[in-house]
Design a protein around this ligand. Sequence first.
Ligand code: FE2
Length: 268
Amino acid sequence: MSNISISPGKNNVGAYVNDLDLNDLKENQTNLIKDILNKYGVVFIKQQNLDSKTYQNFAQSLGQLVEYPRLKGLENYPFINVLERKPTDKSIAFGGSFLHQDTSYLDKDRPRYTMLMGIEIPDNQGNTIFSSGFNSYKKLPEEIKEKIRNAKGVFSSAGPISKTRRELEARSGIKSAQVMEAEHSIVHEVNGQKSLYISPGHLMKIKINEKENEEIKKYLIDHVNKDEFIFSYKWDKGDIVVWDNLSIMHKASEVKNCTRVMHRITIK
Ligand SMILES: [Fe+2]
């Protein structure tokens, strides 16, 4: 019998799954992790230190792996992307500075989950910041909920976040692909729970009416950035974090003069 327990993250953003050993994963545990993702949006599993094969197998147990269109894969494990920050890097980290939902600029086949494992973690910096779309939606005034009920957002790979991504692509030798753009509802429902889907790093426009589009866009971006919806997650080496891009926004925090390496897998 397993003794797995869960404890919510700060501000009820995500949940830690305690006493779980992913080296010895059982099928019912995969289902439990999916349930926790549906309820909390992101799971934190401390100090697993999996080898690449076991890591990839765990990801596969959650869904179909997809190649991330913007980054190269690990040798022999093409689905594992390496995110590396070097001490000499001056720019903000990949995915930094703007909350976002990964690849929201894809029309169909938006990957659902993103998974990271901490490979090399600097002391006292390099947190990942999560914002709960569930919690921020719940706290919206009814009047705003009504206004955005059927609203669409326009999301672009050339949105505000694209500057950091372009720098990373230049370094890894991958040429910037063409701009990708998609429209999605800005309210999604996951297992009966409504969530804000506004990916500020990619959001170009919210379509309500010409008079209010810009004002509501700004209002919602300010709203999801409020402290009460945020959890700044401190990594340890070997930690595995999985989030559901439908219900969780994230961004990197600033890192200086250090090495930070993460292995990332994207899951449909
Ligand atoms: Fe991201």
